[in-house]
Design a protein around this ligand. Structure first.
Ligand SMILES: Cc1ncc(C[n+]2csc(CCOP(=O)(O)OP(=O)(O)O)c2C)c(N)n1
Length: 259
């Protein structure tokens, strides 16, 4: 664990949920066998690159999935974990995120979803709630947010999960994702305490595995994904966490080596 530390002092805001994600990720990395590389996009989430002593690429905004795919094609045995923000994954990188689910390369993709472009001080992303106001959108966002879980399920992802940004949940699900043979998508609900403080979220969470959800059932996964629409929480809101769906499909870097 000590070897994973760097001398860089984190510049995340005090109390930022990114600290929890970093700690959970490090716990998984400490136990990983073999060589590992990390890839990050651009944003607050991407600072993680400076805080983990591993090789990798701090890539262009929105280009985490193709960068991970390139690494896996070159070195199929390398453990590769990519990290994006919701802006990175669903705005600049939307096409790449969908392609990643389709290709099913054996890398893991962690999206820190704070429902806002945080590093550039709070503009709306495709997961910001309808009505979200900031200086660039003073009359509020006019369209409803996308649902990334449904998006990944319909794009063909073979492992689709959501966790809240606490150390243990991140560790638990990322550990499962590392064992998965194929692309694993993990959305981390990470309220931005400055620009999008979704305070009610944690209380609305329940765990899919504890509720008897069958993760091999795509239709049921879609139904569970539908339970949370990324709008403000209400009395009846339920936010499913855990693994929505898991299956096996051919892995891209193996398929291309068959020729
Ligand atoms: C191609 C490109 N477009 C825009 C930017 C400006 N930019 C830098 S960070 C950032 C926000 C990133 O937001 P997100 O991916 O959600 O990550 P967060 O900061 O919330 O962790 C933007 C828009 C950029 N660097 N490159």
């Amino acid at each position: 664990m000590k070897n994973l530390n760097t001398s860089t002092t984190p510049t995340w805001c005090p109390g930022c949920f990114n600290f929890q994600i970093l700690a959970g990720v490090k716990k998984v990395l400490a136990d990983l066998k073999g060589e590992t590389a990390i890839v990050t996009g651009i944003g607050c989430h991407a600072k993680l690159f400076d805080y983990v002593n591993l090789p990798g690429i701090n890539t262009l905004h929105g280009r985490v999935p193709p960068t991970c795919l390139g690494l896996k094609i070159a070195k199929p045995d390398l453990n590769v974990i990519g990290f994006s923000g919701d802006g990175d994954a669903y705005a600049e990188g939307m096409a790449h995120t969908i392609a990643a689910a389709r290709y099913n390369s054996n890398f893991k993709y962690v999206v820190h979803n704070n429902q806002v472009f945080a590093l550039t001080v709070g503009q709306p992303t495709p997961t910001s709630p309808k009505g979200f106001v900031d200086k660039t959108t003073p009359r509020g966002v006019k369209i409803p947010p996308i649902n990334p879980i449904k998006l990944m399920l319909s794009a063909g992802a073979t492992f689709v999960a959501r966790v809240f940004a606490d150390i243990n949940s991140v560790e638990e699900v990322l550990k499962e994702a590392m064992k998965h043979k194929g692309f694993a998508f993990i959305e981390v609900i990470q309220p931005c305490i400055i620009f999008q403080p979704q305070t009610g979220y944690k209380e609305k969470i329940y765990n899919l595995q504890e509720s008897g959800h069958d993760k091999s059932d795509l239709k049921s996964a879609m139904e569970r994904a539908d339970e949370f629409d990324y709008q403000k929480v209400e009395e009846k809101t339920k936010i499913p966490t855990g693994i929505f769906y898991q299956t096996e499909k051919p892995i891209f870097e193996k398929e291309i080596r068959k020729d």
